[in-house]
Design a protein around this ligand. Structure first.
Ligand code: ADP
Ligand code: ZN
Ligand code: ZN
Length: 732
C-alpha cells in the first residue's frame, strides 16, 4: 500500500530531541497522528507517527515498524498541532509530549476503549427482598426501569458500594446501554445578579477566541457564571472543558455541575483508575463527552466540538507540572482556546499577576464580581501583634479568647498553620544537638527532620526520608530530647486539651491521604461548634457555612522568602483562607497573628485588599525585570558528585553565551544569571545547581534555546548529570 520508499518518522517516548525512522509495516495504512509499535534496540516501543515522507537515501538500512495500532489517528487536527507547539515551547522531545498527553493505557498501545454508558436494574428477586438504608434508597430510585450511572451520580451520593452489595446478592444487574444524552432535568439555579449578568453579556457578545478574567471574591458567584456559560455552550451543540485545581475537584463540585447541566459530566483526575481515564478520554475523542471537568492533565483531552474552556482558580499552583514535561495547564489551555477559536474563561478571587497584567493591558476582558452573592458579608480582618506576648502553643491569649467566644456563639473556628507534622525540630535540651536530614542541606543551615506521629517518627519534608528518633542524644547521650515548635499535629493535640468540649479536626496531607477523607471529615463535623486545624489544604474545597472565625498563625516565615513569587503566593493564600469565613448569614472574622504587623505586604493587603497588593507587586516586578515583564527559563542540574552540576551548567552557559545581549551589544535580550547552587543545594543525596535565563521578549529566549540546545545535549558533561529545562518556572 505504501510506496516502497516511504518512511515513517516516529515520535518515541525517549529523552532524545529527534524522531526515529522506520519502514511501514506490511499491513494497514500509516497516518500521521496514529500510534505504531516499533522495535527499539531489543525492546518494543509505542510511538506516534509524526511525519510520513520519502526515504533519505543516506540513512542506510532501516528497521520495519511492527504494527499500526489505530485505524483513525488518535491525535489529529487542533490537538496534534497544539502538542507540536507545546514541544517547541518547552523544548521537549515530541515523543515525550505525546506520551504526557495520552492516558497511560493508550500510551502503552491499548485500543481506544468502548464508551457505552452503563445502567443498573433491579432483578426480579429484588421485589421480594426487604432492604434498609442506602440499598433501599437505591432500589427505590432504580424502580422498574433502572437508571444510567450518570443519572445515579446526580441523584444519590456514593451509591456504588450499595449497588455492588446488591449485585453480590443477585438483586441488581449492570447492563451496557448506548451512550446517550438523556440525563436528569437540570435544576435552574439562582437568578443571576447584575454583575453576573454583565459578565455573561460580555461573554455572549464575543465570538471565537477571546480570553476573559472573571475576577471575583470567594462566594461572589463565579461558579454560577461558569455554569451559565457552559449551558450556553451546550445549547449551541458544543463541548466544554473545565479545569479545576487538584484540591477543588470534590464530589460536591461534580454534583453541582451534574445537577445543573442536564448532560453527563465526565470527570478526569488522578484518583481514577487507568481504565476510567482512558474511557473518559475516548468519550471526549468521539465527541460523546459534552462536559469534561478535570485537573491539570485534562487540558490534553481531544475536543472535536469545542465551544468553551473554563479555568477555575487560574492562579493555583497545581496547574504547573513540576517534572517531566513542565507545562502550565492554564497557559496551554489558552493556546488551545486560540487554536480552537473558542472563548477561554479564567476565574479567581486572587488572579495571578500574569493574568492581572493581561487583563489590565486589555488583552483579556476584565469581568469583576465585587460582592458576595446572596446574603453573605465580607469578613472583618484584624491583625494581632504578638511581639512580647506570651504564647501558648504559638497562640496568643487574645486569639484563644476569640476562639472561645466564637465557639460559645455556636460557630466553627479554622486555625490555619502552614506546618504539618508534630514539631518542626527535635532538639537536645542539654547540648543543642538537633535531628537533621543526612541527605539534604541549604547554604545557611542543615535541614531539620520534622517530628511526626506524636514523637514516634522523624521525617524530612524535602526528600521524604524517614527514621525513628534516637532514644538518647547522639552527641551527649542525654535523654532530654524535646520536640521544638508547633506543627499541625501538635496544635491539634494542644487545642483538644484546651477546648475539650468541642471536636478538633486536623486537615493536612497526612490526615487526608485517602481521596474522600476530606469530605468525610467535613461531614463528621457538620455544623456543630468545632475547630479545624490545618495547612493550605483548608484554603479551598467544601463550603463551611457555620465557619465564623479564621485564625492565621505562623505566616511570618513566608514574609521573608527569597523566591520572587513568595509574596504573591502568600497573599493568595491569606485571601483564600480568609475567604472561608462567614459565608452564609453570619459575618465572619479573620485574625492574623504575626510578629511583623508593619510588614508592607500585610499592610497593603489588609488596607487595600488583593488588588492593591497586586499593583504594588507588579510595580516591583517591573522594576526588577521579573515576570510578567520578563520571560524566564531555568536550567536545573543534579548529580551524586558535588562538582558535576556546576561543571555542566558552566559548559551550558558557554554554549548560550553567543546569544546573550551583552555579547551582541544589545541593551536587552537574553541575560544569563549564574550558575548558582539551588535554593536547596542538596536534596535526597543529590547535589543541585541552576542557571537562570531571563529575556525581555519570549522570542529572544526561544531563539537562543533553539540554537543552543542541540549543543547542550551533546556536551560531555550532560551525561554526568540529570538535567532539565523549565520554561516559565514557578519556583526558582
Ligand atoms: P464562587 O464560585 O465565586 O465562590 P459560587 O458560584 O459558588 O461562588 O456562589 C456562592 C454561593 O452563592 C453559592 O451558594 C451560590 O449558589 C450562591 N449564589 C451565586 N449566585 C447567586 C445569585 N445570583 N443569587 C443568589 N445566590 C447566588
Ligand atoms: Zn545532647
Ligand atoms: Zn531530606
Amino acid at each position: 500500500m505504501h510506496s516502497p520508499d516511504t518512511v515513517l518518522r516516529v515520535a518515541l517516548p525517549l529523552p532524545l530531541p529527534r524522531l526515529f525512522d522506520y519502514l511501514p509495516p506490511d499491513a494497514g495504512v500509516a497516518m500521521v497522528g496514529g500510534r505504531v509499535r516499533v522495535p527499539f534496540g531489543s525492546r518494543s516501543l509505542v510511538g506516534v507517527i509524526a511525519e510520513i515522507g520519502p526515504v533519505d537515501p543516506g540513512l542506510g538500512e532501516l528497521r520495519q515498524a511492527e504494527v499500526l495500532l489505530d485505524e483513525t489517528p488518535l491525535l489529529q487536527g487542533e490537538l496534534l498541532d497544539s502538542l507540536r507547539w507545546l514541544a517547541r515551547y518547552t523544548h521537549a522531545p515530541l515523543g515525550e509530549v505525546f506520551a504526557t498527553a495520552l492516558p497511560t493505557l493508550l500510551r502503552h498501545g491499548e485500543p481506544l476503549p468502548d464508551t457505552h454508558a452503563w445502567a443498573w436494574r433491579l432483578t426480579p428477586e429484588a421485589s421480594g427482598t426487604r432492604l434498609r438504608g442506602k440499598p433501599a434508597r437505591l432500589a427505590e430510585l432504580l424502580g422498574d426501569a433502572g437508571l444510567d450511572e450518570d443519572v445515579l451520580d446526580a441523584r444519590l451520593d456514593d451509591w456504588r458500594p450499595a449497588a455492588r452489595a446488591l449485585l453480590k446478592r443477585g438483586l441488581t444487574e449492570r447492563v451496557a446501554v448506548p451512550a446517550s444524552a438523556h440525563a436528569p432535568m437540570p435544576e435552574s439555579g439562582p437568578v443571576p445578579n447584575e454583575e453576573q449578568d454583565a459578565a455573561l453579556d460580555s461573554l455572549r457578545a464575543r465570538r471565537g477566541f477571546a480570553a476573559s478574567l472573571l475576577d471575583g471574591v470567594t462566594g461572589s458567584g463565579k461558579t454560577e457564571v461558569y455554569l451559565r456559560a457552559i449551558a450556553d455552550c451546550l445549547a449551541s451543540g458544543k463541548q466544554a472543558l473545565v479545569l479545576v485545581p487538584e484540591i477543588g475537584l470534590t464530589p460536591q463540585t461534580l454534583q453541582r455541575f451534574r445537577r445543573r447541566l442536564g448532560v453527563p459530566v465526565h470527570a478526569l483526575h488522578s484518583g481514577l483508575a487507568d481504565g476510567e481515564r482512558a474511557r473518559v478520554w475516548a468519550a471526549a475523542w468521539r465527541g460523546e463527552a459534552r462536559v469534561i471537568v478535570g485537573t491539570r492533565s485534562a487540558v490534553f483531552v481531544p475536543l472535536p466540538d469545542a465551544g468553551l474552556i473554563v479555568i477555575d482558580e487560574e492562579h493555583d499552583g497545581s496547574y504547573k507540572q513540576q517534572d517531566g514535561i513542565r507545562y502550565h495547564a492554564r497557559d496551554f489551555a489558552l493556546v488551545r482556546g486560540k487554536a480552537l477559536d473558542v472563548p477561554v474563561l479564567l476565574g479567581s478571587a486572587t488572579p495571578s499577576l500574569e493574568t492581572l497584567h493581561n487583563a489590565e493591558s486589555g488583552r483579556y476582558a476584565h469581568l469583576r464580581l465585587r460582592r458576595r452573592a446572596g446574603e453573605a458579608q465580607p469578613p472583618t480582618v484584624r491583625v494581632l501583634d504578638v511581639r512580647k506576648r506570651p504564647l501558648d502553643a504559638g497562640l496568643s491569649p487574645e486569639l484563644l479568647q476569640a476562639m472561645r467566644k466564637a465557639l460559645d456563639d455556636g460557630g466553627q473556628v479554622l486555625v490555619f498553620k502552614n506546618r504539618r507534622g508534630y514539631a518542626p525540630v527535635l532538639l537536645c535540651h542539654d547540648c543543642g544537638w538537633s535531628a537533621q536530614c543526612r541527605r539534604c542541606s541549604t547554604p545557611l543551615r542543615a535541614v531539620p527532620m520534622t517530628v511526626h506521629g506524636g514523637g514516634r517518627r522523624l521525617q524530612c519534608h524535602h526528600c521524604g526520608a524517614r527514621q525513628t528518633p534516637p532514644m538518647a542524644c547522639p552527641d551527649c547521650a542525654s535523654l532530654a530530647l524535646q520536640p521544638q515548635g508547633v506543627g499541625t499535629e501538635r496544635l491539634e493535640e494542644l487545642l483538644a486539651e484546651r477546648f475539650g468540649d468541642v471536636p478538633v479536626l486536623r486537615i493536612d496531607s497526612a490526615s487526608t491521604r485517602r481521596k474522600d477523607a476530606l469530605e468525610k471529615h467535613f461531614a463528621e463535623l457538620g455544623t456543630q461548634p468545632g475547630i479545624l486545624v490545618g495547612t493550605q489544604m483548608l484554603a479551598k474545597g467544601h463550603d463551611l457555612p457555620n465557619l465564623t472565625l479564621v485564625a492565621v498563625v505562623g505566616i511570618d516565615e513566608g514574609l521573608f522568602s527569597a523566591d520572587f513569587r513568595a509574596g504573591e503566593k502568600l497573599a493568595q493564600l491569606l485571601i483564600q483562607v480568609a475567604g472561608r469565613a462567614g459565608r452564609a448569614d453570619k459575618r465572619g472574622e479573620v485574625i492574623l497573628q504575626t510578629h511583623h504587623p508593619e510588614h508592607p505586604l500585610l499592610l497593603t493587603l489588609i488596607q487595600g485588599g488583593y488588588h492593591a497588593f497586586a499593583e504594588t507587586e507588579l510595580a516591583l516586578r517591573e522594576a526588577a525585570g521579573f515576570p510578567p515583564f520578563a520571560h524566564l527559563a531555568l536550567l536545573r542540574a543534579e548529580a551524586q558528585h558535588a562538582d558535576a552540576p556546576m561543571q555542566f551548567l558552566h559548559a551550558a552557559k558557554a554554549t548560550l553565551l553567543p546569544y546573550a545581549a551583552t555579547q551582541r551589544e544589545e541593551s536587552d535580550g537574553l541575560a544569563l544569571n549564574g550558575p548558582v547552587a539551588a535554593p536547596m543545594p542538596r536534596r535526597a543525596g543529590m547535589y543541585r545547581a541552576q542557571l537562570l535565563l531571563t529575556a525581555s521578549t519570549r522570542r529572544a529566549l526561544h531563539q537562543a534555546l533553539d540554537a543552543a540546545l542541540p549543543a547542550i545535549h551533546a556536551l560531555p558533561d550532560a551525561r554526568r548529570t540529570r538535567w532539565s529545562l523549565d520554561v516559565d518556572p514557578v519556583d526558582l
